[in-house]
Design a binder for this molecule. Sequence first.
Ligand SMILES: Nc1ncnc2c1ncn2[C@@H]1O[C@H](COP(=O)(O)OP(=O)(O)O)[C@@H](O)[C@H]1O
Ligand SMILES: [Mg+2]
Length: 225
Amino acid sequence: MITKIVEVKGLYKSYLQAGHGRLDVIQNVNFEIGKSQTVAITGQSGSGKTTLMALLAGLDTPDAGEILIDGQNLNFMNEDALAKFRAKNIGIIFQQFHLMPHLVAEENVSLPLEILKAKDIKDRTDLALKEVGLESRKSHLPSQLSGGECQRVAIARAIVVKPAILLADEPTGNLDTKTGEQVANLLFDLVANSAMTLIVVTHNMELANRCDRAFKLDAGQLVEL
Ligand SMILES: Nc1ncnc2c1ncn2[C@@H]1O[C@H](COP(=O)(O)OP(=O)(O)O)[C@@H](O)[C@H]1O
Ligand SMILES: [Mg+2]
């Protein structure tokens, strides 16, 4: 019996667009993901992949439906509880890295631990930087790092709290083919060597094929491939 880490039931999300009426992006999406599974979400640009990730991360609220992460219903959490829950349980990686430009690599990586007022911040930060192979770059600013290195810093920041779930929204979309492959390999190695569940949005079918399961978002519906 696989333990469920994500349960999504009857999820709906629309946007009101000035002059264009209502855009129904997510329409009755239902799925479950087991602990430690790797899952790809594909779909055309504008199909709602980032919207779905934002809902899963609790960064946005659905119009209807429920999201349970590790059995906990996001609907029942207020802003504070949600922020804490997210910091502890969900690592997020973006296409554009979203690093703090004025902080060096190790300061970017330690941020989630600072927010959680965790213990052993220095040791855990060093370990995460080592896991992504960037010990020697820890005092560099993002502007002094390559795109691949920036994404590795972002990955270290996402895994430093040992989250149950890693959400990656087109993590290789901003990298050249070779660097993208290296970053994808790193991501899959990290997930394989931990109990983390990976949900990755990607246009790259090679990356999608490496996942245990793949879904396509199309016209508001999520279909398993
Ligand atoms: N905050 C918003 N307000 C209005 N429309 C939005 C907003 N966010 C996204 N959209 C629209 O919702 C659709 C899905 O967007 P998105 O989730 O970013 O798709 P994807 O990540 O698959 O490219 C797009 O048509 C986009 O323009
Ligand atoms: Mg997107």
